[in-house]
Design a protein around this ligand. Structure first.
Ligand code: B12
Length: 299
């Protein structure tokens, strides 16, 4: 068995960043222990050795193998002719995942996200389904009075923490040399979407500066003028002072156009077609899948 470490359980096991056993890896990748040993012998997975000579693998090395191959490493074996596609398991439901958030079970919530990622579900799919649906359920429970504001705050905090742990093992895409700056609009405290977007950019090989929520557009404009990013991404659930935001956005757009940049707007507020007239952009992201596709095309 592996030792306890900084990462929580995956499939119920406690794991550390660098000390998964052969059995742990086999369980994660749904293959036999003999297969894992063969991959290690073939150099597909590079283990570290314990003092007693046992193999230990890092979660990162498994994530990398999984993402790079996009298929079972069996497909790489010269003796195998068939290309065996990995079939990802079912994603956690909104109900079960939101219960983990509401019960402060950060370890299991993190484990389920990492599991889903290692099982080769696209990040955008995990974000657009499990995470979004779970948070919507939390919002509905709050709205109908089943849970308190404190419960909702706790669930959001657990979600944000689990997400940062997932981010820690996401393999960055091949560097594109492109830079993005992202933020949530001033007055909007809903910060999850902007962190999800950050991970999408990183996984596509972008260098991203995430300013977080509640960022004044005039201040974003100054940073854009200074950093000259290739893309600016703004998220808004709602816009508090519409007239001021419209004026400041127009100034920001001038700078973005001057540096030949691209603007992406995401979030509930920009679904409104009238609002889009006030906030012109190259792309209105309605989902993380949409963002992922758009970013891939630019990269
Ligand atoms: C957590 C939460 C909060 C937290 C946020 C804390 C934090 N650190 O983030 C706190 C407690 C601060 C909060 C406050 C408020 N909240 Co609130 N909140 C939520 C909750 C439960 C989850 C939000 C979330 O993270 N959703 C997950 C994201 C991923 O889902 P999504 O926004 O729907 O995004 C999808 C798409 O739009 C798209 N997308 C969205 N943004 C972006 C951005 C990019 C770049 C991209 C690519 C895609 C994208 O991707 C997602 C799926 O594809 C929602 C419930 C809900 N339905 O979302 C309520 C909710 C949004 N809140 C609501 C309300 C009313 C409020 C308050 C006004 C309450 C109050 N009276 O004070 C305040 C407003 C505060 C403010 N000034 O912003 C309402 C909004 C209703 C409406 N018609 O707009 C909701 C829907 C709850 C409800 N059921 O009524 N809230």
């Amino acid at each position: 068995m592996s030792d306890f470490g900084i990462l929580p359980s995956v499939k119920g096991k406690k794991i550390a960043a660098v000390n998964l056993t052969t059995r742990d890896v086999a369980g994660l990748l749904l293959v036999s222990e003999a297969t894992v040993k063969r991959w290690a012998d073939d150099g597909l997975l590079i283990p570290q050795k314990t003092v007693g000579g046992h193999r230990r693998f890092s979660v990162q090395s498994i994530a990398r193998l999984r993402r790079e191959q996009g298929m079972a490493p069996d497909a790489l074996s010269p003796t195998k002719r068939t290309r065996k596609k990995m079939v990802p398991g079912r994603l956690p439901s909104a109900e079960s995942f939101s219960e983990l958030l509401l019960s402060d079970n950060e370890a299991e919530a993190t484990a389920q996200l990492i599991d889903a990622y290692l099982q080769n579900h696209a990040l955008a799919t995990i974000f657009d389904t499990t995470i979004t649906d779970a948070m919507h359920r939390v919002g509905d429970l709050w709205f109908n009075g089943t849970i308190t504001i404190a419960d909702e705050h706790l669930a959001t905090r657990v979600m944000l923490s689990a997400l940062q742990k997932l981010r820690g093992i996401v393999v960055p895409g091949q560097a594109t040399g492109l830079k993005a700056v992202s933020c949530g609009i001033e007055g909007d405290l809903h910060e999850l979407p902007i962190h999800l977007a950050e991970i999408i950019f990183e996984s596509e090989g972008w260098d991203i500066s995430n300013l977080g929520p509640n960022t004044p557009l005039f201040s974003l404009r100054d940073m854009v003028a200074q950093k000259k990013p290739d893309l600016v991404c703004i998220s808004a659930r709602s816009i508090v002072d519409l007239d001021r935001a419209t004026t400041e956005y127009a100034q920001l757009r001038k700078i973005v156009e001057k540096i030949n940049g691209t603007t992406v707007l995401g979030g509930e507020a920009f679904r409104d077609l009238n609002l889009r007239q006030r906030f012109p952009a190259e792309f209105y992201a309605e989902s993380f899948g949409g963002l992922s596709t758009f970013v891939k095309e630019l990269g």
